[in-house]
Design a protein around this ligand. Sequence first.
Ligand SMILES: *Cc1c(COP(=O)(O)O)cnc(C)c1O
Length: 362
Amino acid sequence: MNTMLLNGISFTPTESPKQKPTGETKLGFGSIFTDHMFIMNYDEGEGWHNARIVPYGPFQLDPSAMCLHYGQEVFEGLKAYRGVDGVIRLFRPDENMKRLNLSNDRLCIPAVDEAFCVEAIKELVRIEKDWIPSSPDTSLYIRPFIFAVDPHVGVHPAKHLIYAVILSPVGAYYPEGLNPVKIFVENEYVRAVKGGMGFTKTAGNYAASLKAQEEAEKIGYTQVLWLDGVERKYIEEVGTMNVFFVLGDEVVTPALQGSILGGITRKSVIELLKAQGYKVTERPLLLQEVLDAAANGLLTEAFGSGTAAVISPIGELKNGTADSIVINNGRIGALSQRLYDQLTGIQWGKLPDSFGWTVRVD
Ligand SMILES: *Cc1c(COP(=O)(O)O)cnc(C)c1O
């Protein structure tokens, strides 16, 4: 094997490149992976070290590896976009690395060097650039993650961990255009509580969400609307997205208070709307307030925000046995459409990036 050094990262190219997918319309999400991955190790006394890009392949783990038993794991999710101008861009990767360290801190995982991790992602994306699809609205999903590997069945913070980054070409999220989704208000299961891990991207939060998601799907809903874990009165998130409601002239999103994930799309939506003179408020939001607003004709739009879907308009809300609330006649609202166009416009290089959010991979 022919190993070389790229900006302090050793690179071992694969000897058997995979066949790249044809038909970009059928890419789906998260099932195809590129030829290489980034890895580094943490060992107590040495810190994070041995940064390398190697052929994509299985990890060898001891059956007692701590991540398999106690879930000491964190992850991130971002994308590389091939612009209409041919330029490859990342969207606010520094924010992902900042959030990774926030998750790390909560999970007793040693902090990573954020700037170095952004450079490592750029290096990996550069190597895999031919894997970035070019059809409209396709992208390369980037999944950084860290897991504990100490061979020890015991509950304590790990002294040995692996950080890895894998890449997956993904298809258009809305092949048929932006379609409003039906959301089920979850009154039984909760996702997270204050003092817990809701503000982090850690595996356990998603394990906690599976049952509610499965039950909602069974009765015809796409996602659930999570309520707070104590009073079950306040709105938190929708599925794995943050959520916004347009109530009269106010755009409201639940304030980050520990149990909600601080989305980078959420932050970007708030910044975009503020710059355009909208009244955007981050505050506690009672489900009852939204139900009342709907009854009074003040609820004009609702949408989720996240890296995968960007903006996901909500067309219907179902709360318990009450009649469904239909929002904007089940059609996408003007603001949702506009935010989607503006964010994707910046990401695919169709609009000027006046906020300096994108990072080029040349
Ligand atoms: C990742 C995620 C989001 C959205 O975050 P983005 O940074 O916008 O992708 C929202 N909620 C949950 C629970 C998430 O895991």
